[in-house]
Design a protein around this ligand. Sequence first.
Ligand code: NDP
Length: 255
Amino acid sequence: MTVLRNLPLAGRNAVVTGAASGIGAAIAERLAADGASVALLSRRVDRLDDLGTRITAAGGTAYSVGLDVTSQESVDRGVKVIAERLGRVDLVVNAAGVMLAAPIQQGRADDWTQMIDTNLTGVLRLIRAFTPDLIAAAADGGTADLVNISSIGSHLVFPGYSVYGATKAALTQLSNALRADLSPLDVRVTNIEPGLTESELGSHMLEEQQTMLAGMVETIGPLTSEDIADVVAFAVSRRRELNLRQIIALPTRQA
Ligand code: NDP
């Protein structure tokens, strides 16, 4: 697409999980606006199609790939489609995630499993699928990025969110540790820890927790998903020798 040739991410092939809403959707839209071809991943294909239509109308390139990151079979199917439609991937953003209030004393093992499968194992599934592409892209002299959307919840503690916090702390540590394997191969790993950000994340919570979240939103004033997309777009468009490996992006009023 000639009109996109001079954009910072022209020629890059990106995969963004969690692209149906919130932070993932904003990142996908921004990467496409900056010239990348983007595969949009999540379970709600109707949402992906709507976003894809918007991106295409703005002159970008996007494909919807419905998949569930908690299912290896579903990921395998999606990865095949991506290889056919997009070709070799050189930018992976893991934004899919769930935050469920699961007070430890209630022992809601299903919720714990859902969070671990989505926020950690799901990320590993995508990393496993695309690491060969990232290494090959870097070996050919291109820029290759793995971006994980962790959370400030990996450092701060919130009552009721110990398992969510543990998944995000694990993701942050995974990002750190992966640099030891991937940075010698010129693949950048960028871990981003947003603070309170407007999205649909709270919509899966119980009413009482939603009220608490609404209070935080009122007092702090959340970031927008576009703020986080802006940070990602900046990090992945630096020259490939510069790795912004850990970024904490907080609303100014969030201590
Ligand atoms: P949203 O709920 O708006 O987005 C979550 C996305 O993940 C949705 O697009 C959802 O799409 C997708 N998703 C969830 N489960 C699966 C699954 N099993 N397979 C594939 N996709 C899945 O919330 P946010 O945008 O806020 O969340 C994005 C990331 O940002 C998360 O990792 C979250 O932990 C993190 N974060 C958010 C903060 C905030 O304040 N909002 C703060 C810090 C971190 P679908 O349902 O269609 O599958």
